[in-house]
Design a protein. Sequence first.
Length: 98
Amino acid sequence: MLHEDKRNFFRMMVNAQAVLVLLDSESGREIDGVCRDLSATGMSVELDEPLEVNTELKVKVGSTNNGVPSLDAIAKVIRCSSLETQEYLVGLEFIEVN
């Protein structure tokens, strides 16, 4: 039996440092993570702490290739699942990409 991927956009596997800035926090707290995959509409990030669904944040993923621009976007958390290693995989949906 074949597995059919029903996603509308191709997901690219990535292993890049990501910085998330909480927008609903007065302090603008930053959280470091690792971007695991990226698509036209969102991304998943591995973090050391969980984030609540619907939390809005600014996402920055730098590029090591001069031909590829860095990612700077506003996103919201759509899911958060615990991994076996006391880390969390957080699914983000882009609201605005700059």
